[in-house]
Write a protein that binds this ligand. Structure first.
Ligand SMILES: [Zn+2]
Length: 174
């Protein structure tokens, strides 16, 4: 696991609130400066509500994920990996598979012409990959990610999954 973590460190450039260190904020104003190749952003910390200004070079503008409520958050490889590690705890899933999923997820976000993807799209992609690797990990991840509204919904998902597995065994194929 160590190698994956070391490889990931280079990707982590968290925007921290200078007052409280919180890493989630809302952009309240953006101004592009063509000459300077930079964007000045006025941000409001979601932890302490204080405002601060950041300057980002154009090529450092982060890729974003859009949450259900419309808020945007920087795409964070580490966040994807910790979700995966949590789901795969004590499961026989090789670290290389996790890194693959993280890479694919990042490629998916970076591929977007709008530089952003919805958390829903990102979650579906991760779930589809996990489903093929480890059923238990998939169920764990899905139960967190899908935020199943009631037990029946989750049960239906499980039954679908299990019947799929049985059919595979019986027919020896899809
Ligand atoms: Zn703050």
């Amino acid at each position: 696991m160590g190698g994956v973590w070391v490889a990931l460190v280079g990707w982590l450039i968290a925007m921290k609130c200078p007052y409280c260190g919180f890493t989630q904020d809302r952009v309240v104003d953006s101004r592009e400066s063509k000459e300077a190749d930079s964007i000045r952003r006025r941000r409001e910390c979601e932890g302490c509500n204080k405002r601060f200004t950041t300057y980002e070079r154009i090529d450092e503008i982060p890729y974003m994920v859009v949450k259900k409520d419309g808020r945007r958050e920087k795409f964070d490889r580490q966040k994807v990996l910790s979700g995966l590690l949590h789901a795969c705890e004590k499961r026989p899933v090789p670290a290389v598979n996790l890194q693959q999923i993280v890479d694919e997820t990042e490629a998916f976000v970076v591929d977007s012409p709008e530089r952003e993807r919805s958390t829903n799209e990102v979650g579906e992609l991760i779930m589809n990959r996990l489903k093929n690797i480890d059923t238990v990990a998939y169920i764990r991840f899905a139960s967190v990610y899908r935020d199943f509204k009631d037990v029946r919904e989750f049960k239906a998902e499980l039954e679908e999954l299990l019947s799929g597995k049985d059919a595979k065994k019986r027919k020896g194929s899809f």
